[in-house]
Write a protein that binds this ligand. Structure first.
Ligand SMILES: C[S@@+](CC[C@H](N)C(=O)[O-])C[C@H]1O[C@@H](n2cnc3c(N)ncnc32)[C@H](O)[C@@H]1O
Length: 241
């Protein structure tokens, strides 16, 4: 997959691209992440890319021509062009899965008061990473790039991605590592039993319990299997002694 990021702050991405899973995915050619300096497409000899808004108002807006020219230069018939914006549809794991199947993403980062509204006519989607306003689109672009890259086949272990929270709608079951006991805090007995059938059942139920406890709002959006429905019913109506 190719991810083109259009930004006036390409240097923000240096550490992000040079560490951990993203770095490994780049080295293994699983993803090609290109940083495009929007100022290179400025029509101004001082490389200015912003101006005052028509009709008045505070702040500066990023101009249309540099975005138009940059998109024209980098887009291909396979590109999906996404503008980062607090006005967009909320990003979630379902969207990350969908985007991880694309061949080419172009992520447009705004700054200042945002971007000239004509850019909306050039894009396929407007995505927000949450209902709050950030200074620029660079952190949202990193979030989307990270969430999407780890879903590209073989970037991380397939089972690990499959078991992640939200991947199938549910939150992941709780996990523990050594030591087995510390200051009176214990690892659940069943996980030390070596009985894989019991462990699978425990994890299945704990994943449902975890979701009921932390994010009950997610449950309505899940198409329940018969097995999940049974466990939910059991947890909702515990047998009274
Ligand atoms: C200060 S914001 C502009 C907000 C704009 N004036 C408005 O009210 O909608 C500057 C840039 O940051 C990015 N941004 C801010 N919050 C965001 C969010 N929640 N999700 C995605 N991008 C965001 C966008 O690229 C935006 O163009």
């Amino acid at each position: 997959m190719i991810i083109d990021i259009v930004t006036i702050f390409p240097e923000f991405f240096n550490d992000f691209l040079d560490n951990s899973i993203i770095k490994k995915a780049i080295i293994c050619n699983q993803v090609d992440i290109r940083l495009n300096q929007l100022r290179d497409y400025s029509h101004n000899k001082h490389k200015k890319i912003d101006d005052t808004p028509y009709g008045g108002g505070v702040g500066m807006l990023m101009a249309f021509p540099p975005f138009y020219d940059c998109i024209e230069k980098i887009k291909t018939p396979e590109s999906k062009i996404i503008m980062l914006s607090p006005q967009g549809k909320l990003f979630n794991q379902k969207k990350a899965i969908e985007l991880s199947k694309e061949k080419h993403l172009i992520l447009l980062c705004g700054h200042y008061e945002g971007i000239d509204a004509r850019v909306e006519e050039l894009i396929d989607e407007e995505i927000s990473i949450g209902d709050y306003v950030l200074t620029g689109g660079e952190i949202p672009a990193m979030i989307i790039t990270d969430a999407v890259t780890r879903l590209i086949p073989d970037v991380i272990h397939a089972d690990s991605a499959e078991e992640d929270s939200l991947q199938n709608g549910w939150l992941k079951f709780p996990q523990f590592t050594k030591p087995e006991k510390y200051k009176g805090y214990h690892v659940p007995e069943v996980l030390r039993s070596g009985n894989h059938q019991l462990i699978d059942q425990y994890r299945f139920e704990e994943s449902i319990k975890q979701t009921m406890r932390k994010r009950p709002d997610l449950i309505d959006k899940i198409e329940l299997t018969e097995k999940e429905e049974k466990v939910l019913q059991k947890l909702n109506n515990p047998i009274k002694k």
